[in-house]
Design a protein around this ligand. Structure first.
Ligand SMILES: NCc1[nH]cc(CCC(=O)O)c1CC(=O)O
Length: 317
């Protein structure tokens, strides 16, 4: 079977892990690298690349539908909510750390950073959350793969950079940093999770389905439901995070929408029962809309499309 993947170090690490897991189950695979628009256009903010939606996924979907690859491995948070017919997500792997991490040039924490310190991120969600938490900080666009971003930090271009802890874990990189609480930095929906998509073929699906981790599938589905009515794309400032309670009887859900400048937000933070959790998550998704979440998401999309950002930092985001 052929596994398609982006060519970034992180994507290759994720794919090689899936290939290893399949080999342990007696399934032999080969890897084919596919360049995506998100990889091709690194000279502009991600939201400017095909609207930011599916910038790392679409080409893999296309070659799979053309029958050129059998399996694709994705960071689940990069997968658009609406998926093409005939490309089932057959396995959600056991979740890695879902939270953001702040890496700073000299090891200081977010609270210790001096006024006007420069924070690099390519995520509008992280930008808005930084502006909410520390409006004095200056956020600047930081694109590129994980290794590129670390290099730019080391070169002193930023006082700190924000990225997903899971990316460092999967690269096997033990780098000291500050894990940011979901109470102030609610992660992107499905952050820290790897999804395995296959062609709609019973043999291929049967080979891959054994990798599925039930709890990770449950919480990632809840996270997508919570934000499903907001209409924001992958790049709008939306966070959604669900985790099972220790007794596995409830799900702790947090979700939020922010304005680009971080001055406005709507947020939910609730415990819902495991039994009937899907319906409760839908109810909370409606509540998020009623609280003004859809308005904030639409305003953000409008600003992004006009490429305006009315914030005092007037910096790129
Ligand atoms: N397009 C950004 C992206 N997509 C997936 C990951 C890795 C972490 C994950 O799987 O959520 C990252 C890097 C980041 O957010 O810093």
């Amino acid at each position: 079977m052929i596994i398609g993947t982006r060519g970034s170090q992180l994507a290759l690490a994720q794919t090689e892990n899936v290939a290893r897991l399949l080999k342990e189950r007696g399934v032999e695979t080969s890897i084919q690298i596919i360049k995506t628009s998100g990889d091709r256009f690194t000279d502009r903010p991600l939201h400017a690349v095909s609207g930011g939606v599916g910038a790392f996924v679409r080409e893999l979907d296309d070659v799979m539908l053309a029958g050129e690859i059998d399996i694709a491995v994705h960071s689940m948070k990069d997968m658009p909510t609406i998926r093409p017919e005939g490309l089932p997500t057959v396995a959600v792997l056991k979740r890695d750390t879902p939270f953001d991490i702040l890496l700073t040039y000299d090891g200081t924490t977010l609270d210790e950073l001096p006024e006007q310190a420069i924070i690099g991120t390519s995520s509008l969600r992280r930008t808005a959350q930084i502006r909410r938490y520390r409006p004095d900080l200056i956020t600047q666009e930081l694109r590129g793969n994980i290794d590129t971003r670390l290099r730019k930090l080391k070169e002193g271009k930023y006082d700190g950079i924000l990225l997903a802890k899971a990316g460092l874990e999967r690269m096997g990189w033990e780098i000291e940093g500050e894990i940011l609480s979901p109470d102030f930095f609610c992660p992107s929906p499905n952050q820290g999770t790897v999804a395995v998509v296959t062609r709609a073929d019973p043999e291929i699906e049967a080979a891959v389905s054994g990798l599925d981790h039930t709890e990770s599938r449950i919480v990632t589905e809840i996270e997508r439901i919570l934000i499903s009515e907001l209409g924001g794309g992958c790049t709008t400032p939306i966070g959604s995070y669900a985790e099972l309670t220790p007794d596995k009887q409830e799900i702790h859900v947090r979700a939020e929408v922010l304005s680009l400048d971080g001055r406005e937000d709507v947020r939910i933070d609730e415990f819902i029962p495991m039994v009937g959790g899907i319906e409760q998550a839908r109810e909370l998704g409606h509540r998020l809309v009623d609280m003004g979440g859809k308005r904030l998401a639409e305003e953000a999309l409008l600003q992004i499309s006009r490429n305006e950002c009315s914030t005092e930092n007037s910096s790129d985001y």
